[in-house]
Design a protein around this ligand. Sequence first.
Ligand code: M6R
Length: 609
Amino acid sequence: MCGIVGYIGDKNASPILVEGLKKLEYRGYDSAGVAVYDDNKINIRKKKGRLAILDEEVQKNPVKGSMGIGHTRWATHGAPSDINSHPHCNGDCSIAIVHNGIIENYMELKEELIEKGYRFLSETDTEVIAHLIDYLYDTDILSAVQAAVKKLKGSFALGVMSTKDPGKIIAIRKDSPLVVGLGERENFIASDIPAILNHTRRVYLLDDNEIAILTQDNVTVLDKYGEEVGKQVFKVDWDAADAEKGGYDYFMHKEIHEQPKALRDTMTSRISRENDDIVLDQIKLGKEELEEINKVYIVACGTAYHAGLVGKFAIEKYARIPVETEIASEFRYRNPIIDEKTLLIVLSQSGETADTLAAMRQVKEHGGRVMAITNVIGSTISREADDVMYTWAGPEIAVASTKAYTTQLVCVYMIALHLGLLKETITKDYADKIREALLRAPEDIEYVLKQEEKIKEFAYKNFKVEDVFFLGRGLDNYVAMEGSLKMKEISYIHSEAYPAGELKHGTIALVVDGTIIIALCTQEELFEKMMSNIKEVKARGAYILAFAQEKNKAIEKEADEVFYIKDTEDDIASIATVVYLQILAYYLSVARGCDVDKPRNLAKSVTVE
Ligand code: M6R
């Protein structure tokens, strides 16, 4: 969380910084600020609230200069306020820094610095770093930063500049993402590539503990021992336009509509109707290694965790290997049983989620093998995993995950089929049947997208609702969880997802006249059971909005409103069904006047635990 950006070159820095921050606003939007060096002085503008407020401030009170750093904040230490906004400075503002991450020992360091006479203005952990660099400053800013980071515990990506040693920006990362953009007589730093994509496509992806020294003409990268690192230039091959709204009001709306294409991109070159093989490019796990594996964990957070639940279902069903799917922040602290026979599959859109990354490092430390399914090329998770499968969904900017989720589903199915075929626990005919259904999934989504107006109508009729229940059985239960998360996250409507059979063990007490129940009934095998559960809640006055396969018209007898997906294999039904729920959450959010892409208290990538 938090986005940082930096520029050094011969242009006016502040518009470049603000433009970069606009592309990073998805990482945090509690406050924003810039610091620009000019004539041996650092000038700072920072404001609580959305970036637009900072933009206005910079228009009113411009800062000139061709070197600067900027920040958009997701508050951790200290409430969102002008004073807690970044950049932070030392006492005479000869050193300015921007920071993404959390300094765990900041209280201890703060006390030491206060004893030495340092005065603090903010409640942030970041301000400690600015004073610490000042305290350790001897001859140059690089050595001071190197000395300071040795004292820091926690995670950080830092951009630092100083009037005492002008003409350079120092950037360093540990457990928080940071890239360096390489331009012509100008260089950049950023938390994520879109922030600098209008200026360069050539980047260095910094590894942990690497420190970059940027001047206008040069970038040097050192490792933690101060040795120069020969970094490979990473060439970005996607377009800046991919990270723009492209005529839609919100990124989420655009990303919902991109799903058919995203799914096709995920599958092309991996599965096809013509070729029998399932080609999982960078997955090197072969038959022999697979035979060694006796335990599979799938670990992720949020929406990615919901995709992981589907992964458990698919791998257990096709490959007959027991799988445990867990939330990363729980897994990492419960001392799970891990050894060299363990396979961990992590799912992460961003590839930077702190808890997922920590879980993965833990498994690697204990000798386990890690397979990552991620969307962001070059992300930390993709670089540290043994096997990587990219979802190829393109940049996902809206905080609410949509196309990343459906492409993750496709990936876990492809992996499960691959493992099943390797282990010979499924026949080729069976695999072909599921593969066919997967290949039809983009069309199934297109069909759902055509029903958008009707879902919108439902949303506008019901947007004042305060509680909604989602019910499902089997895979539908996982779709229910995802639909409920989406609704809570962007429309702030309280919702709960329940396995339909579990409702009468307590929660049904909450069902009263008019309670909206979203009943997911796409599983042919469990259809009759769902019908009974629907009858139970109907008898208590619930209003039923149901989702089913077209062949199950019987649902109309019980439900008040029905939306259909095209007939498909039960296993694949979730992929189209969830799109209805994404559209529903989207229109509820719009109707309630919420900021769809930037829901309150959230940020797109959670790089702190
Ligand atoms: O980048 P990741 O996939 O690791 O992110 C995991 C979650 O933070 C993410 O899926 C979150 O739950 C979404 N905002 C949900 O829409």
